[in-house]
Design a protein around this ligand. Sequence first.
Ligand code: PLP
Length: 357
Amino acid sequence: MKILPENLLRAELAEMQAYHVPDTSGLIKLDAMENPYAFPDSLREKWLEELKSVELNRYPNPHAIELKKTFQQAFSLSPKLELMFGNGSDELIQLLILATAKPGATVLTVTPSFSMYKLIAEYIGVNVVEVPLQQDTFALQLDLLVAEIQKHQPALIFLACPNNPTGTLWPKNEIENIVKIATGLVVIDEAYSPFAAYSMKSLVEQYSNALLMRTISKMGLAGLRLGWLYGSAQWLSELDKMRLPYNINALTQASANFALQNIALFDEQAKQICQQRETLFSTLETMENVQPFPSQANFILFKVLNGSANDVYGKLLEHKIIIKNVSNNKLLENCLRVTIGTQDENKAFVNALTNSL
Ligand SMILES: Cc1ncc(COP(=O)(O)O)c(C=O)c1O
């Protein structure tokens, strides 16, 4: 008998789509919020020197001990709280949902927001509640959020601060209110913190049901795949039981350890990206057929006025520029998201956009 996937696998899989990553070879890549700047050559040599001593025949340190110390220092983390690493924040999102996926459990987030919260929750098979943001301002609808939290009692609430793809950074007191009324964990996802005016870190140090999640992807190390979760030891020691023993490979541990000891370089790059963001925002504001939304991240969401976002996206591709088409969300009708690149890349984007509108 021939065994077929549809006979063996969970029925929902047949309906699902894999997370689509487009082929970007030969394109100016402004679609995935990567840092456009590479390691300077002087550091590259030192980094390669560090890698020479990595023993590839041995399993990596299961708790990434060295890396933890470096992180505690680089991000001024309290020794009273715990730290856990994931193979990208994506793995941590998966772990958090797996750990709370009791029958009937609910994950709550807002829409539009980072798509992986919903995608992972769906493939694990837990309920997902998405609370819409306010049209055009992308502010939190606090009354609605409170009502939905009380109704569904979610085990997990994911809030991206700043939010992807809108770039919005909600006021700290609003996040605090949510943490206070939540009956489960609130995961504050600060993937874009290097570009934001403020952090919610102090909330995590104050409330044990709030966890801070960050990644080194957006600060310039997306290829290493390293996310981190910071919060009360009571929670993290339990969650750590579900982490695969060697989830952070030896090359990532050594590379991230080296990179974070040179964090000033990444802070400087983030500063440049923020300057570029303001320049690009002002340029987009002056364009007639475009409405940009203020952003606290390394990307800008904008609306195409008097035209179609799909057409503009296609025309930009003809100009060899790829950005992200997010217009399929009801609240993002005719919207596109562009990652901040180098000055030259941003200029190329503006020229291509002007020709495409
Ligand atoms: C809000 C948010 N969180 C997490 C991630 C994923 O981070 P990582 O590369 O560490 O998996 C992204 C990636 O775009 C994101 O936008």
